[in-house]
Design a protein around this ligand. Structure first.
Ligand code: ADP
Ligand code: MG
Length: 459
């Protein structure tokens, strides 16, 4: 294969660009964007080319799924005998330790008409945000805000919903629309972690004035995942002042949260009330039809021929959120390109089955008991105790039920983890909860929420 850059060039950035070109050619766009685009070159010593990944999960994933492709690309650029090495750099992760201008995986600054960094990822648009019953209302509100920022009664606008349901996509779509149409000048997107880190840094470096200059001089502020401010009093206070300053001047404020404002524990009451001044809108779990539409749209974007029955199968089995749908599709594509297999039902079934098993295998009884105890506000050892108090017994049933769903343990083994109860008790718990889920929508959504949390933690 021809070398794309001379072998002696030792600038990791230049080498990485060339490697990316090769990778991009060899794999579906979506897969490239998900796994490789966020990586950063670290060093090249003639034998090893090191690139940083944001977390262990991504590193493991890339190692187990893309190592051969990565190795090929490294060889194509640097010649034989050079090994790719992955290192972990948490600062690449939009969720941890971002500082100042550090680039984020989730937010590559692209659109900047006035030399002003918005942090927006231009991929997130209304055009590729598929509408369904689950998001109709939120989407319509977002579209009208995007058309006249700061001028509707939806100020602030807060979107809430579980992980992977499209909050970041939708709020960034507002920002991108505003910038592209040049409706106002300064749009700033930040995660709440980023805001917090900036604030803490500003205090430490005695630069709070500069901090205020940045955050109070925007026309549209998009703050993602405000639940991160929970129990962070000082940051909340600063955020409160930022909010007031911007709102007073008629600037548009847009927030996302993983829960409704009233459930933001440890939030200043005044802040909770302000978050509800404008419009609060929920993103719900997508129904089958919407899941199908999203899959087909993704496939079209990536110019992939996804057979109908394959799409049906994925949409029927991957039900919890849209991020999972995407990653199922990405894995199917990766498998099909690596193994040179067509996208057959067999391949789809393998991948979907493997992913759902993988998840369940990784959940532990401890994790489940901790999550349930937290949700019900009781110490987790009560779940293993003899007490028959109604609230505890119900929580115990829920935890047992979740263990049957999310671990591979036998009923007997599960019973043992709950203070040595027998398998009949676990069967009883399972039936009780399954019935309750059918009959009681409040409990059902609570259990859904727990499932999502457990899955998220299990990954
Ligand atoms: P959240 O911020 O709620 O965790 P994201 O906005 O990151 O979720 O969405 C997860 C993934 O699903 C993203 O890649 C996003 O583009 C995609 N997605 C979410 N909702 C939709 C939708 N309605 N149509 C198309 N893609 C969507
Ligand atoms: Mg998000």
């Amino acid at each position: 294969m021809t070398e794309l850059v001379p072998r002696r060039v030792d600038d990791p950035d230049a080498i990485w660009l060339a490697i990316c070109d090769v990778l991009h050619e060899k794999m579906p766009h979506q897969a490239f964007m998900t796994w490789f685009q966020p990586m950063r070159p670290v060093s090249y010593d003639g034998k090893r080319f090191t690139v940083a990944v944001s977390c262990r999960f991504n590193a493991d994933w890339i190692e187990s799924h893309y190592l051969p492709i990565l190795k090929q690309a490294v060889t194509a650029v640097l010649g034989d005998g050079v090994e790719p090495v992955l290192s972990i750099d948490m600062s690449l992760n939009g969720k941890a330790g971002q500082r100042g201008k550090t680039r984020t995986a989730a937010a590559t600054p692209v659109v900047r008409p006035n030399g002003h960094e918005s942090n927006l990822n231009e991929r997130y648009r209304f055009e590729n945000f598929i509408e369904g019953d689950c998001n109709k209302f939120a989407r319509a509100a977002a579209v009208s805000i995007a058309a006249s920022p700061g001028k509707t009664q939806y100020n602030p606008f807060l979107i809430y919903g579980g992980a992977g349901l499209g909050k970041t996509h939708l709020i960034q779509a507002i920002g991108n629309h505003i910038l592209i149409n040049r409706l106002v000048k300064r749009v700033l997107y930040v995660t709440s972690e980023h805001f917090t880190a900036d604030f803490v840094n500003a205090i430490q470096a005695n630069k709070t004035e500069a901090f205020c200059r940045i955050y109070r001089n925007v026309d549209v502020l998009l703050l993602d995942d405000v639940q991160f401010f929970m129990a962070k009093e000082k940051t909340q206070e600063e955020f409160f002042h930022t909010f007031n300053a911007l709102h007073l001047e008629g600037k548009q404020l847009i927030f996302s949260s993983d829960r409704p404002p009233r459930d933001l524990e440890g939030f200043d009451k005044r802040l909770v009330s302000r978050l509800q001044w404008g419009l609060v809108s929920e993103l719900q779990t997508p129904d089958l039809e919407t899941r199908l539409a999203i899959l087909n749209n993704l496939a079209t974007e990536d110019r992939i021929a996804l057979p109908d029955d394959a799409a049906q199968f994925i949409a029927a089995h991957v039900t919890d959120n849209i991020r999972d749908l995407q990653s199922a599709l990405i894995q199917i594509l990766a498998q099909s390109s690596l193994m040179k297999r067509n996208i057959t039902m067999e391949l789809v079934r393998d991948v979907v089955r493997a992913t759902s098993n993988e998840r369940k295998r990784f959940a532990t009884v401890d994790l489940i008991q901790e999550s349930v105890a937290k949700e019900f506000g009781i110490p987790s050892d009560l779940l293993r105790s003899k007490t028959r108090k109604k609230e505890v017994a119900f929580a115990r049933h829920v935890a047992m039920y979740l263990c049957t769903e999310h671990t591979k343990l036998t009923l007997k083994a599960i019973g043992l983890h709950f203070g040595g109860r027998d398998h009949a008790t676990v069967i009883h718990a399972r039936m009780t909860i399954a019935e309750r889920i059918k009959a009681d929508s409040l409990e059902s959504s609570r259990i859904e929420k727990l499932k999502r949390r457990i899955e998220l933690m299990s990954l």
